[in-house]
Design a protein. Structure first.
Length: 533
């Protein structure tokens, strides 16, 4: 049976099946992205921190806007070529559409890559620093971890004397990393005492591992299996014993409710003890000699003498100095500090002058004094251009971002280092060229760990703005990829369909084009909302 209205449109609506389907699908897409845009508006209006304004590079976003507009035009031309039965022209226009999609994703990938490598840190007084961390070096060569990756100078260092692992929660990859680090430090991690457990009721305890055995993932796995087996066995015995106690209680008091009976229903643990197996919930290893181990800040809750990993591994040992070392600080932002100062009724200028950064960094203090002069010049320019009101107050004044934030372009303006045209153009896509700009332009800074309130790359972990940015643009990018795959299928695999039923292929390309127009329209909203506002 042939399905009607695949090629020929209905006479009452003038639509064929696929076009109705795509409009229904796009209606759901409107609700999806409409929800995201609404969430963005409400979260921005209700933000409890200074919302980032014009934080994204405009030029790549602008180019991507025109790239998608061009692709929307060429996809229409491709459809028109099919309607006129011009296969070669269809190939040309559809190829241009796909090239535009590739260019869009390349520029978006470059933008994402910059964000994933850009470090931000909020100090305890709410000053924000942005830039790039350094990498650990020995004799001029970057140090690699056991996976062969460069080690950023953003680690928590602990002089570990012993380690206690949770047998049900330990993370195997972290265990391997700890072993590799101890070997590098010429230390051994060995079991602190013999582990003897009763694995079968009525039998004596068995020696599972003896004191001095080296830490290995296999040993931990063996201990974990014994613990889980014992826990399951003991749980079954306790449940069975509890059921028996409930039966006795019910038989003795048939008219009583469960609530009335519950205080009197208890298991006789002394009678049950000979039947239970030993559970090993944690196991301790000594580190001899004490080794300096490093951990990612997000993985550890550090303490002066005891720290704890997210997998409940307890590390006993002194916390070593663990500064965050910025090779290049390319932005200093006092907006959050100013907001907190205003809430407390403190003068913003005084709060900045008393901030930890200004007091401890001559570079930052000098840059701030220069910035105050630039703000004064900006105030005068606005006053000259827009005049004053009837109260002799300027009609236009600098906003908080202009007053209290120094970005990388401000540092460049302060240092007056000029680059060639191409290098300067490339900075609009990849950020500042640190090597050519030099340390005189961007601050090198070692930040004590005790001053760090929150640190992250420019990822969703940094703030709500970037969470929404990656969600919206990431989902839009998936739509671009999906649409390009469908249109690419029509280009590379549509020849046979064209020869057998060209109108059917034209209808499919039209439906794909409608989706592509929607993708373009979404970006028309994304670009001004995220990049310009």
């Amino acid at each position: 049976m042939e399905i009607p209205y695949i090629v020929t449109p209905r006479k009452d609506t003038g639509l064929y099946n696929a076009k109705i389907a795509i409009w229904l699908f796009l209606a759901s897409e409107v609700m999806l992205f409409g929800g995201f845009f609404s969430a963005y508006v409400f979260l921005r209006l209700g933000a409890d921190y200074p919302w980032p304004e014009r934080a994204l590079p405009v030029l790549p976003g602008l180019i991507n806007t025109f790239v998608l507009i061009l692709s929307s035009v060429t996809v229409v031309f491709a459809w028109a070529a099919l309607k006129m039965r011009q296969w070669r022209r269809f190939q040309v226009y559809m190829s241009i559409t796909l090239v535009c999609a590739v260019i869009f994703m390349i520029l978006k990938g470059m933008e994402y890559n910059v964000k994933f490598h850009h470090q931000a840190v909020r100090l305890k007084d709410f000053t924000v620093l942005e830039g790039h961390l350094g990498f650990e070096e020995e004799n001029g060569t970057r140090v690699k971890d056991h996976n062969g990756h460069d080690i950023e100078e953003n680690k928590i260092y602990v002089k570990a004397s012993d380690l206690t692992f949770s047998t049900v929660r330990y993370h195997n990859a972290w265990v391997k990393d700890i072993i590799a680090q101890a070997e590098h430090e010429k230390s051994k991690i060995t079991l602190s005492k013999d582990i003897k457990v009763i694995t079968e009721p009525g039998k004596p305890a068995e020696l599972i591992a003896k004191k001095g055995d080296a830490l290995t993932p296999k040993l931990l796995s063996q201990i974990a299996k014994i613990h889980l087996k014992a826990r399951a066995h003991n749980s079954d015995l306790k449940i069975a014993a509890l059921k028996e106690e409930w039966k006795k209680a019910k038989k003795a008091n048939p008219s009583a409710s469960d609530v009335e009976l519950s205080p009197n229903v208890n298991i006789d643990m002394d009678a049950l003890a000979p039947l239970l197996e030993d559970e090993i919930s944690a196991v301790t290893f000594n580190v001899v000699p004490a080794a300096k181990l490093q951990f990612n800040p997000r993985d550890i809750a550090e303490g002066a003498t005891q720290s704890k990993l997210r997998d409940d591994t307890v590390i006993n040992g002194e916390l070593e100095p663990s500064p965050m070392v910025f090779h290049y600080v390319d932005a200093i932002d006092f907006q959050n500090l100013v907001m907190k100062a205003r809430e407390k009724g403190i003068d913003p200028e005084r709060a900045i002058e008393n901030s930890w950064l200004i007091k401890n960094s001559p570079f930052a203090k000098e840059a701030w004094q220069w910035h105050l002069g630039e703000v004064a010049k900006l105030e005068q320019r606005l006053k000259d251009k827009y005049g004053v009101d009837k109260n002799n107050q300027p009609k236009r004044v600098p906003n908080d971002k202009e007053r209290y934030r120094l970005g990388w372009k401000d540092f460049i303006e302060k240092n007056k280092v000029e680059l060639s045209g191409f290098d300067k153009f490339k900075e609009e896509f990849l950020g500042p060229n640190y090597e050519k700009r030099g340390n005189a332009t961007f601050m090198t800074f070692s930040l004590p760990r005790e001053q760090v309130l929150h640190a992250s790359k420019f990822t969703p972990a940094w703030n709500t703005y970037y969470a929404l940015y990656f969600t919206i643009t990431g989902l839009h990018g998936l739509h671009v990829i999906g649409g390009a795959i469908v249109l690419g299928y029509y280009l590379f695999c549509g020849r046979k369909m064209y020869l057998s039923n060209p109108e059917w292929l034209a209808n499919r390309v039209e439906v794909g084009g409608l989706f592509w127009h929607f993708v373009d329209l979404v970006w028309i909203f994304v670009f001004p909302i995220l990049y310009l506002m």
